[in-house]
Design a protein around this ligand. Structure first.
Ligand SMILES: CC/C=C\C/C=C\C/C=C\CCCC(=O)SCCNC(=O)CCNC(=O)[C@H](O)C(C)(C)COP(=O)(O)OP(=O)(O)OC[C@H]1O[C@@H](n2cnc3c(N)ncnc32)[C@H](O)[C@@H]1OP(=O)(O)O
Ligand code: FAD
Length: 664
């Protein structure tokens, strides 16, 4: 029934103030106001309609993305939206496109690696979108191994230019978003060569297309790399290829904040760490963690509302059937994902703080926390995107058959989201960076250099290696110090076991290669500890709103205890818990699920997503699922006619067995 809230009973059960939780989820009242206003603005503007995009051809989808992106930019200018509002507009527009890479990577790369002069020149054009840029690093032959890139930028002192060249097919740039059809410029990563010497990978600003007619400049071959996973989905983006044939750019288009090439061709490296050339990736990885909470929250919102609407079995004497959300199996799959969405939100907030802190330190030439910032952004990007991709797929299954329908919103969400496990660093490759950092930290234990920040717990190695968990009853698993100690001792013991096994090899690199799988496990344990500890820090801080803290506490312990359950092998093999304590944790989990159950729908309402943004018939705010499923089905072009195209050509001859005679 139109206008009826089918989930009203669920909402009435809530034991906390949803409006207060909305503020906690958004981060502040101001952030909530911005999100709420912009999301509703996008939802009501017909240009941002998106329900029809799965049926568009690639060309139509691409053109539709251009239209929406340019319209979004027009709105940003005309309404003088702030940066924050502009970012929200792009998020709620919910269609990957060139704007993401222009604002998300091209502009930050120039800000981070350009001199002040270069910033003045290029950012004034980029900020007005008089040029459109992308981030061209990955090549056909190399993505993870950045040092293995083959594109060259050779300095020619005669002309004061760099010659950009793609010496092999594998050196073609391949994947950059926005490159294929839109970008006029790119920050290109290439090996810098001066006087015959290779100085490794550096960034260069390169014009790719004419600003008059958009044709590729002579010496440049460029195009789109083709269809990607799913219908619609990430195919709105023009990921591209690019080859240079001795293409010349002026010397001052090398990004020279970190190192320089003089007029004479002399290479001058500054005294800052060379890894700062990877700075844009660190900044984007940080934002990807918050985006993970957003994507997971969307899937969980759909699955939770639908699980409250959907009924199966359990009716007695023809009475009403059981809501599937009441099955403990459904709760055991769904509530940890709900808890994870909140957990990733809070760790994302903390990571933003860490990133801001390291940026300020770098500006003051303090590089001490750079390795930790790299390890945290890499590890948390990896952990949260893997969990989110798996979580979206689990939500699809939680919605049964209807979850497989395009109009559930889940197939497209998965198709758009899953490459996050690969872009901005393959998730395994990134965990190995964390593992290197952990092995270094372990090797320095006892050297007098106390581990700090997220590895500070390793400074208590003596205690953590010997301690036995004090959990004696199920309620002890609601004690933050007991939970933290179990996670710390598991992470430390796994790292120390890896370090001991490594030390058995004469050649450390060979040992590292042999132990890769164990090292990744140790890195994941460390990252999970970070997320648990930041969630605990959140619930121990000041939280306003009726009943809000209680709900967050429940979610925090669900998050931690479900991880304990999932990785029980680690916890048992490191003697961080006993089998009896593990079974007490399961008992506590069941009790927490019962406490979350009446609040579940309100906890996803707190995400404040519009029906437009969710894009899901199953996740509708009003829960009016079945009539809307019919409406969606009837919109399908196959239902335009009762008798389908092809009937006379194929179906009728088949059932009449009236084929033209076959020829062999
Ligand atoms: C608002 C946001 C909006 C938009 C964007 C969002 C979505 C858009 C969608 C998609 C965009 C996707 C864009 C891309 O994918 S761009 C391409 C990304 N590519 C990668 O991520 C490549 C991954 N590989 C690497 O990062 C590195 O090569 C590496 C794996 C980390 C290895 O580095 P390398 O130098 O070759 O090798 P090492 O010898 O292992 O490292 C030396 C030393 O440096 C340290 N290190 C490495 N990276 C960093 C860093 N970023 N910062 C600081 N330090 C770093 C490393 O740990 C090691 O340290 P030691 O102390 O051990 O010497
Ligand atoms: C949708 C999308 C958008 C993208 N956008 C951009 C962009 O805008 N700009 C850009 O420059 N790039 C972009 N990329 C490229 C992306 O950054 C790379 O694909 C990514 O960094 C992974 O590199 P790869 O493809 O070389 O993977 P590979 O490194 O070839 O990975 C293949 C397999 O090998 C494993 N592996 C690799 N190295 C190791 C190792 N040392 N130890 C153990 N296992 C290893 C990996 O775990 C993986 O299983 C994009 C990619 C996608 C999918």
């Amino acid at each position: 029934m139109e206008g009826v809230d089918h989930l009203a009973d669920e909402r009435n059960k809530a034991e906390f103030n949803v409006d207060d939780m909305k503020i906690i989820w958004a981060g502040s009242r101001h952030a909530f106001d911005v999100s709420n206003r912009i999301s509703r603005f996008v939802a009501t503007d017909p240009v941002f309609e998106k329900s029809n995009r799965a049926l568009m051809t690639r060309k139509e989808l691409f053109k539709n993305t251009l239209k929406k992106s340019v319209y979004a930019w027009k709105i940003i200018k005309e309404l003088r939206l702030s940066d924050e509002e502009g970012i929200k507009l792009r998020i709620f527009m919910d269609q990957p496109g060139f704007l993401d890479l222009h604002w998300g990577m091209f502009v930050p790369a120039i800000k981070g690696q350009g001199t002040e002069e270069q910033q003045q020149k290029w950012l004034s054009l980029a900020n007005k979108m008089q040029i459109i840029g992308c981030y061209a690093q990955t090549e056909l032959g190399h993505g993870s191994n950045v040092q293995g890139l083959e594109t060259t930028a050779t300095f020619d002192p005669k002309t004061d230019q760099f010659i950009m060249h793609s010496p092999t097919q594998t050196s073609s740039k391949w994947w950059p978003g926005g490159l294929g059809k839109v970008s006029t410029h790119a920050v290109v990563y290439a090996r810098l060569i001066t006087n015959g010497k290779d100085h490794g990978v550096h960034g260069f600003i390169v014009q790719l297309r004419s600003l008059d007619d958009h044709s590729p400049l002579p010496g440049i071959t460029i195009g789109d790399i083709g269809m990607k996973f799913g219908n619609g989905a990430y195919n709105s983006m023009d990921n591209g290829f690019l080859m240079f044939n001795q293409f010349r750019i002026p010397r001052d288009q090398m990004l020279m904040r970190l190192s320089k090439v003089t007029r004479e061709g002399k290479y001058i490296a500054s005294d800052v760490p060379r890894q700062l050339v990877y700075g844009t990736m660190v900044s984007v990885r940080q934002t990807i963690v918050s985006k993970a909470s957003d994507a997971l929250a969307r899937a969980v919102c759909i699955a939770t509302r639908y699980s409250a609407v959907r009924r199966q079995f359990g009716s007695e004497n023809g009475g009403i059937e059981t809501q599937v959300i009441d099955y403990k199996t459904q709760q055991n799959r769904l509530f940890p994902l709900l808890a994870s969405a909140y957990a990733f939100r809070f760790v994302g907030e903390w990571l933003k703080w860490l990133y801001t802190d390291v940026t300020q330190r770098l500006e003051a030439s303090d590089f001490v926390t750079l390795p930790e910032a790299h390890a945290c952004t890499a590890g948390l990007k990896s952990m949260t995107t893997s969990a989110t991709s798996d979580g979206i797929e689990e939500c699809r299954k939680l919605c049964g058959g209807h979850g497989y329908l395009w109009c559930s919103g889940l197939p497209e969400l998965f198709a758009v989201y899953v490459p996050a496990c690969t872009y901005e660093g393959d998730n395994v490759v990134l965990q190995l960076q964390v593992a290197r950092f952990l092995m270094k930290t372990v090797s320095q234990l006892g050297s007098g250099k106390a581990p700090a920040g997220t590895t500070a717990y390793m400074g208590r190695a003596q205690h953590l290696l010997q301690c036995r968990s004090g959990v004696q009853k199920a309620e002890d698993w609601l004690n933050p110090s007991m939970v933290l100690e179990a996670f710390e001792s598991r992470a430390l013991r796994m790292a120390i076991t890896c370090a001991k096994n490594l030390s058995k090899f004469e050649n450390q690199e060979q040992g590292f290669s042999e132990l890769l799988a164990d090292l990744v496990e140790a890195a994941i344990a460390h990252c999970q500890l970070i997320v648990v500890s930041k969630f605990i820090a959140k619930i121990e801080g000041e939280i306003e709103g009726k009943g809000v803290k209680k709900q967050l506490k429940n979610l925090c312990y669900i998050y931690a205890l479900h991880l304990l359950h999932k990785h029980l092998g680690d916890f048992l093999s490191t003697n961080s818990v006993t089998p009896e304590q593990a079974s007490l944790a399961s008992h506590q989990l069941r009790s927490l699920y019962s406490q979350v159950r009446p609040n579940a729908v309100a906890l996803v309402d707190a995400f404040d997503y519009t029906d437009h943004y969710l894009g899901s018939v199953l996740g509708r705010y009003d829960g009016n699922v079945y009539p809307k499923l019919f409406e969606e089905a009837l919109k399908d072009p196959l239902n335009d006619s009762v008798v389908p195209d092809g009937y006379h050509e194929y179906i009728r001859p088949l059932i009449k067995q009236n084929f033209p005679s076959a020829k062999l």
